[in-house]
Ligand binder design. Structure first.
Ligand SMILES: Cc1cc2nc3c(=O)[nH]c(=O)nc-3n(C[C@H](O)[C@H](O)[C@H](O)COP(=O)(O)OP(=O)(O)OC[C@H]3O[C@@H](n4cnc5c(N)ncnc54)[C@H](O)[C@@H]3O)c2cc1C
Length: 413
């Protein structure tokens, strides 16, 4: 089978699914994406995109569209609990771009979804089916057989080279097709809200990210100037019966936090009851692939968001998997190589995220040691410490990429 003759089905038009679709389409594959929602994601909150993801997205031709909708914070102000001024400001901005060759940006996830979707629409060889009711996949020696119940009630049956589950933390491809495990509740929830730009004026810097540490909880804020908003995510522990109960709380219940931290007090006062509430679940599974079926993104390895790398890892997955699917003799070996390349890195990032959760939430007197180390590392210490993460290049330019049929519209903006 020639590279251009390959058809790949993907479940899920999220960040993983659409990035993979674009990467495959660039190599000339025919891609069909099955999305349960009626349209591309329109809601959500902010997302941080580190340079290791941005390099990949830039190579997919998205640099200008992303630059127009995202913001590059100058740095990260670290506020340990009770500090009125930052302990240290970790440099981002130019320091990151000079060190790693791509920016560190923040944006609204719906804006990223739209950039990806508009780029997908430019490819005649990507078909996104919205409102898909169900799908089934059978793997066999010469590929996979896929059946899909579409939005209009019609059923489609097709043969394909591979089927990739990019269907998120509660992936049906993982649990229903590969018979892998369910996601596990982490014991923590994320509270998210976007407020008007001025809501935290004078409390945190308008041109930087702020990371607020506290015993047992923490928060991240950053500006979203494209939407004239500020994004706030607050992470706290919650027992499973509360997190998944029928009547979840409407705002974080942290009354004493307001007494000792002017930043938390201002955030809780400004957000009121307008928070959204996400129980955080993780996925750890040996089952990433079987035959011509594989998993990418949260479906394979949902992790805690404390290093802001879940979507970034999904983007890296896509960049690694696409060329393998187009060059290996069969999907099983492509997916096997992909899994062995990705597992060690994803597990390292997961451990780092878990460690961050531990360090961010420390109580006195352990905070003293943590704060001393962070201060000692200085404003650029994180760039050295995280060079293995941010300096990674998952998508070296492919040589001899065949020309791809495109729809007439050219402008992604
Ligand atoms: C509070 C919070 C903050 C975060 N911040 C960051 C950050 O700053 N940076 C970062 O990199 N990551 C961050 N993450 C993690 C990031 O959001 C996820 O890792 C990322 O969205 C995973 O992308 P995905 O495409 O794998 O899954 P998803 O985004 O969940 O997409 C899955 C898609 O599959 C579709 N789908 C599901 N089931 C089916 C089905 N049966 N059939 C068809 N379609 C289906 C869904 O509708 C959806 O469109 C954060 C997470 C949280 C909770």
């Amino acid at each position: 089978m020639s590279g251009n003759g390959r058809t790949v089905y993907i479940a899920g038009a999220g960040i993983a699914g659409m990035t993979l679709a674009l990467a495959l389409a660039k190599f000339g594959a025919t891609v069909v994406v099955l999305e349960r929602r009626e349209r591309v994601q329109e809601v959500g909150a902010g997302l941080q995109l580190s340079p290791n993801a941005r390099k990949i997205l830039n190579r997919l031709g998205l640099d200008r569209a992303l630059a127009a909708r995202s913001f590059e914070p100058e740095g990260i102000d670290i506020y340990p609990y009770g500090f009125d001024r930052p302990l240290v400001t970790l440099e981002l901005g130019k320091a990151v771009e000079q060190t790693f060759g791509a920016p560190y940006a923040v944006m609204h996830r719906a804006d990223l979804a739209n950039v990806l979707y508009k780029a997908c629409k430019r490819f005649a060889n990507i078909d996104i089916l919205f409102g898909v009711r169900s799908y089934d996949v059978v793997s066999h020696a010469r590929g996979v057989s896929v059946t899909v119940d579409e939005a209009d009630g019609k059923s489609r049956a097709a043969r394909a080279f591979a089927f990739i589950g990019a269907d998120g933390v509660n992936s049906l491809t993982r649990t229903g097709v590969l018979m892998g495990p369910e996601a596990v509740y982490s014991g923590s929830v994320a509270w998210r809200v976007t407020l008007e730009e001025a809501a935290l004026a004078g409390v945190v810097a308008a041109d930087r990210t702020s990371l607020l540490w506290a015993p047992g909880f923490h928060a991240v804020t950053y500006p979203l100037p494209f939407r004239k908003q500020v994004n706030i995510a607050l992470f706290a522990k919650a027992k499973a019966d509360k997190a998944f109960g029928e009547d979840p709380p409407r705002a974080p219940d942290l009354p004493w936090a307001m007494k000792k931290s002017q930043q938390f007090a201002a955030i809780l006062a400004a957000a009121g009851d307008s928070w959204g509430y996400w129980p955080l679940s993780t996925v750890t599974t040996e089952v990433w692939t079987e035959g011509g079926v594989g998993l990418v993104g949260d479906a394979a390895h949902a992790m805690m968001p404390f290093q802001a790398q879940g979507a970034v890892m999904a983007i890296e997955d896509a960049a690694i998997l696409a060329p393998l699917l187009m060059t290996e003799a069969d999907a099983e070996s492509a997916l096997g190589r992909y899994a062995s390349l990705r597992r060690p890195r994803v597990e390292r990032v997961r451990k780092l995220s878990d460690f961050n959760g531990f360090a961010f939430h420390l109580e006195w007197p352990f905070t003293l040691g943590r704060n001393a180390v962070v201060k000692l590392q200085g404003p650029r210490g994180h760039l050295r410490r995280l060079s293995w993460l941010y300096g990674y290049d998952a998508a070296p330019d492919p040589a001899g990429v065949p020309p791809v049929p495109r729809r007439p519209r050219q402008d992604v903006h």
